[in-house]
Design a protein around this ligand. Structure first.
Ligand SMILES: [Fe+2]
Ligand SMILES: [Fe+2]
Length: 137
């Protein structure tokens, strides 16, 4: 396994301006960094499988919290946003099953998690704060 998996570095440009959501996003970054530090180049398949489950469970919990904030704010794009969350979890699950089946998908999985998360936060999650603060409240 080569050493090409990049960490996620938190930056102010990822802040959406809702404290609870920003803290959870930082945890999503940290979880990923712990995952790659503890699994990269180890060949420890049990740790990878267990780590993917932790990443997935924390993300699912965050999505539920974020969607409840959106619901409370009457955010009009809740449904398509929910579908984006579902697609992420489904793809992570698909990659996990491919990994368990022996396919060399570890780096793809890391890249998918990293790029999906940073794109989703900057392009989609930020729409919530734009909507809420755009109301003047
Ligand atoms: Fe989201
Ligand atoms: Fe989010």
């Amino acid at each position: 396994m080569s050493n090409t998996v990049e960490p996620l570095v938190w930056d102010k440009r990822y802040a959406v301006g809702v404290d609870r959501i920003d803290r959870e996003h930082e945890s999503l970054f940290n979880n990923y960094n712990v995952f790659i530090q503890s699994t990269q180049n180890t060949g420890d398949q049990t740790a990878v499988r267990f780590g993917i489950d932790l990443l997935s469970n924390y993300a699912a919990n965050h999505f539920a919290n974020e969607e409840s904030v959106m619901r409370a704010a009457n955010f009009p794009e809740l449904h398509p946003h929910h579908l984006e969350h579902e697609r992420f979890l489904a793809e992570l699950d698909r990659l996990k099953r491919a990994y368990v089946a022996g396919e060399p998908v570890y780096e793809n999985l890391c890249r998918f998690y990293r790029t999906w998360l940073t794109n989703h936060i900057t392009l989609n999650d930020k729409k919530l704060s734009a909507y809420v603060y755009g109301l003047g409240g």
